[in-house]
Ligand binder design. Structure first.
Ligand code: 13P
Length: 249
């Protein structure tokens, strides 16, 4: 399966910094064609700028970091799936742990967001992952399976159109990566759960996220059930992100 390397810029960037970063990526990709799909999930205000910087390149798709669970109307500050689709967004992160934590998004919201994205023709990247205390209490599998189950329940047979990102919260932005064995083990759990929901489970891309960098990407991406990466900090430097792209074979 073709891997996907998706950058998540989070709330970082500026017009000037984005331009430098995109130019660096395009220059690097001009030298060697990537063997994976690439996406950048950027702050909504920069979607148009990034698209215009990417104009002559179809190597990188643009994604959003969130999508409203509402269709349209009186939801001040929200951006709808239809709006994102209209401006050419291809992927939307749904239920990133930072939104679960700081914006009180729960499993139900996340499932509805994924459904809204799909209905608008956008591929949802549904994020799941346990906290450190949940892992220490040996609840990691229970939590992650509960998070995915809510999405499976709502989407039914459309579940094969999503991407899942396993991002252990304790590995995000901490420099503490899950070992390839820990990541593979959870990905296998997720794959098995998807297998009981759809016969197409083997075609669903499962991304790993959490301190993925140029040094550890190859080993993580070599695991049988890891089909790509969701990259935070290391997606903000073109050389680092290019090295991760190169590691995705
Ligand atoms: P870091 O790569 O900075 O740990 O972030 C991971 C992440 O949250 C991507 O969505």
């Amino acid at each position: 399966m073709k891997k996907l390397i998706a950058g998540n810029w989070k709330m970082n960037g500026s017009l000037a910094a984005n331009e430098t970063l995109i130019q660096g990526l395009l220059a690097g990709l001009a030298n060697s064609a990537p063997s994976c799909d690439i996406a950048l999930c950027v702050p909504s205000v920069y979607i148009a700028q990034v698209q215009s910087l990417l104009a002559d390149s179809n190597a990188i798709a643009v994604g959003s970091q969130n999508v409203s669970q509402h269709e349209n109307g009186a939801y001040t500050g929200d951006v709808s799936a239809e709006m994102l689709a209209e401006v050419g967004v291809r992927y939307s992160l749904c239920g990133h742990s930072e939104r679960r934590q700081h914006q009180a998004e729960n499993d139900t919201h996340v499932a509805i967001k994924a459904q809204r994205a799909l209905m608008a023709g956008i591929t949802p990247i549904v994020c799941v992952g346990e906290t450190l205390s949940e892992r220490e209490a040996e609840m990691a599998e229970v939590v992650v399976k509960r998070q995915l189950a809510a999405v499976i329940r709502l989407l039914g047979s459309s579940i094969d159109k999503i991407i899942v990102a396993y991002e252990p919260v304790w590995a995000i932005g901490t420099g503490r990566t899950a070992t390839p064995e820990q990541a593979q083990q959870m990905h296998a759990v997720l794959r098995a759960q998807l297998q009981s929901a759809t016969e197409n489970a083997d075609k669903i891309r499962l991304l790993y996220g959490g301190s993925m960098n140029a040094g550890n990407a190859a080993e993580l991406l070599a695991q049988p059930d890891i089909n790509g990466g969701l990259v935070g900090g290391a997606s903000l430097k073109s050389a680092d992100f290019l090295a991760i792209i190169a590691a995705a074979r």
